[in-house]
Design a protein. Structure first.
Length: 222
């Protein structure tokens, strides 16, 4: 699916809310990883995969738990998030996550980088992003209606490297009740022989042609 990693890096995130009247702009965030035990009527490890080593499968009574707490010392608003860890989390930088990197402007649109194809160890070069989102505004969090399109690697008519575009963001049907639909693009530039030598050139094309496929509610008027 075109650009899914880049879309996942920028869409559907939210933030806690401060209490009414609070003027603080940020949050205190910290986390804890500790060993804990399942609260269950069953005891003992029964999975045949890991009879001798119950750490081999993750179905045991003992597991690693991640607790993240987000709070505001000024107004007292707080959120805690708990999750079971399949392994120790790695430390990344924003370039490896494809988020938190300042977007660059191109005409009336903004270019956001997606994650690199592989997230190696922290000391390894992350490589260039595989996809770049093109959005209508510069914001910490993007919404689907902000997305103009995506720029992705492509081979030119003579086999040289370059980029093409996909645009017209829509959604596939949700796979099961309660799950969010998967975002996809209706139009793919490679099917129309659209080819650009740089990310900027591809983003400029999206900027100049965006009105043709903008949602009606977001179209600019003269």
């Amino acid at each position: 699916m075109t650009g899914l990693n880049a879309l996942a890096a920028h869409l559907d995130y939210t933030a806690p809310e401060h209490r009414e009247g609070c003027t603080a702009k940020g949050w205190e965030v910290d986390y804890r990883i500790h060993t804990t035990f399942r609260e269950s009527g069953y005891t003992g490890h029964s999975c045949p995969i890991g009879i001798e080593d119950k750490g081999a499968c993750g179905h045991g009574d003992e597991y690693k738990e991640l607790v993240v707490r987000i709070y505001c010392p000024k107004c007292g608003a707080a959120t805690t998030l708990d999750a079971e860890l399949p392994g120790m989390p790695m430390v990344f930088d924003t370039a490896r996550l494809g988020m938190g990197v300042k977007p660059r402007r191109c005409g009336q649109v903004w270019i956001y980088q997606g994650p690199p194809p592989r997230l190696g160890l922290l000391m390894d070069p992350p490589g260039d992003p595989q996809w770049y989102l093109v959005a209508r505004r510069n914001a910490l969090r993007l919404a689907p209606e902000d997305i103009v399109g995506v720029v992705e690697p492509a081979l030119g008519p003579k086999g040289g490297p370059g980029y093409t575009v996909s645009y017209g963001l829509t959604e596939m049907s949700a796979p099961s009740p309660g799950e969010r639909p998967t975002p996809v693009f209706r139009n793919h530039g490679r099917l129309q022989d659209l080819f650009f030598p740089t990310v900027t050139a591809a983003a400029r094309w999206l900027d100049e042609n965006a009105v043709a496929f903008e949602p009606a509610a977001t179209r600019r008027t003269a």
